[in-house]
Design a protein around this ligand. Structure first.
Ligand code: NAI
Length: 261
């Protein structure tokens, strides 16, 4: 636990499930005020908000599509109106779908880019504008992926969106370091969340994924949430413009593990 997080305010996008939910709950355990953003799973988001309150934090569930500018404005406005501040912006919402690149439509490309990359641009820059206006030395945390650096056939839109987030976060980190605003990415590998349910429910596919992880374990959402809490905290006060990989070694070229090559 990080004592200084108590009473601070965070927005977590896509917080009704998976990693966003785990991070929102962890922020609740830190006794933070949390805007629990959801796209369409209202009841789940309200449940997350209720669990945060039980843990000693404060929370409200707020609907919003991260790719829509007015919706991001509304999230920030909600943080200001309900909790009077914004210290941590956790841009977590993201989507993916599998399509061979030569068959991908412009619509499919635009959809993933607008949620993953444009949504992160809107969330980051508007949170920074708020922090500058209110002289807050806050933390912006963007949920990237190992595919920020690892190519992924059939997911070119997703890999391009996460690769773009690498430069987005580094540029913002450089631009606002002087004002004490930190911007970092978290890059998970394979984590046990709804986005992977179909794949992990299939034994063959699960084993295939495990063979790509040097630690031979699928990650749990709480193992990502603890990294988000660290990046939000003063323990990371000198950390900016970096990506923390939470992937059991997935990006370490596992095919070299036996000393071959
Ligand atoms: P998930 O599918 O449970 O979470 C995604 C959340 O984003 C959902 O709650 C969904 O409703 C929300 N969302 C989708 N479009 C939205 C929009 N336009 N506006 C607001 N919310 C929206 O899956 P998971 O795994 O929790 O994904 C969270 C993030 O983690 C994503 O950015 C994903 O790319 C990233 N990630 C996940 C990995 C994993 O293995 N689970 C690995 C690497 C990255």
């Amino acid at each position: 636990m990080y004592n200084e997080l108590k009473g601070k305010t965070a927005i977590v996008t896509g917080a009704s499930s998976g990693l966003g939910k785990a991070i929102a709950l962890r922020f609740g355990e830190e006794k933070m005020n949390v805007i629990v953003n959801y796209l369409n799973k209202k009841e789940e988001a309200q449940q997350v908000a209720g669990d945060i309150e039980k843990a000693g934090g404060k929370a409200i569930a707020v609907q919003g599509d991260v790719s829509v500018e007015e919706d991001i404005d509304r999230l920030i406005q909600s943080a200001h109106e309900h909790f009077g501040s914004l210290h941590v912006m956790m841009n977590n919402a993201g989507i993916q779908n599998e399509v061979p690149s030569h068959e991908m439509t412009l619509e499919e490309w635009n959809k993933v880019i607008s949620v993953n990359l444009t949504g992160t641009f809107l969330g980051s820059t508007k949170a920074i504008a708020y922090m500058l206006e209110h002289r807050i030395q806050g933390s912006v945390i963007n949920m990237s992926s190992v595919h920020e650096i690892v190519p992924w056939p059939h997911f070119v839109h997703y890999a391009a969106s996460k690769g773009g987030m690498n430069m987005l976060s580094q540029t913002l980190a450089l631009e606002y370091a002087g004002q004490g605003i930190r911007v970092n990415n978290i890059a998970p590998g394979a984590i046990n969340t709804p986005i992977n349910k179909e794949k992990f429910d299939n034994e063959e596919q699960r084993d295939e994924v495990l063979s790509m992880i040097p630690m031979k374990k699928i990650g749990e959402p709480e193992q990502v949430a603890s990294v988000a809490a660290f990046l939000a905290s003063d323990q990371a006060s000198y950390v900016t413009g970096t990506t923390l990989f939470v992937d059991g070694g997935m990006k370490l070229y596992p095919s070299f593990a036996a000393g071959k090559g």
